[in-house]
Write a protein that binds this ligand. Sequence first.
Ligand code: ADP
Ligand code: MG
Length: 254
Amino acid sequence: MQPLIELENVVKSFGEHRAVDNVSLSIRKGEKVVIIGPSGSGKSTLLRTINCLEPMDSGTMRFAGKPAGYVQRGSELVPDKPRNICALRTRIGMVFQQFNLFPHMSVEQNVMEGPVTVLGESKANARATAMDMLGKVGMAEFADRYPASLSGGQKQRVAIARALAMKPDLMLFDEPTSALDPELVGEVFDAIKQLAVDGMTMVIVTHNMGFAREVADTVIFMENGSFLAKGSPGDFFQRQCEDPRVQSFIDKIF
Ligand code: ADP
Ligand code: MG
């Protein structure tokens, strides 16, 4: 089966520093990839590159079999037309550590905004989708509330519903529970697990090993911009002992 997304030899530097160093990754439809690794190892930069928030320096990316974000012109890699990049980005949902909800809009308006302004959906349609997605994350009864009156876990679930309302093919989660009090982490992971059960393709940066074990098809350990270890959770948690750097990291986060 054709992968949903394929990265080949992707490099992204900031000045002299290679934040993403020659990364290749292929994700099939429905696959759940968990990325772990120390702070500064390039996890966020990798997600931002996949979502075309950061232009890559070299390498290629393909989405559903087509070149994505960049096109080869002669020997040069040049950014694709903004219109094509926007079209690609509507197919990739991203959820950040900070929820970034629009504070002046109700929960329902937050979730309707993308479909109305970006996809040109009618308000009636967008409202129906919004309520559906809020239902999926257990937030339907909060539709008329404003972000300021919600807990962090509730805000993050609204942020997930907002991303889902765009009906993405791929969801990227960048440490979605790191800003939350420990007692609110479970409700957010439960919402993400439900998406996993529904078959969503996703890449999740998290240090929650329980979640990785339970949900991941593939676990990747990233360090200094590269993948140091990659495998199924079973393989990963057994074999990691062979690599002292992976082991020492896992020991620290448990
Ligand atoms: P992680 O998410 O694994 O903590 P990041 O992808 O945020 O790592 O960062 C990887 C490296 O790239 C770090 O050394 C960081 O300082 C650097 N970096 C990230 N974003 C920028 C930026 N916008 N400008 C300069 N350096 C950056
Ligand atoms: Mg990060």
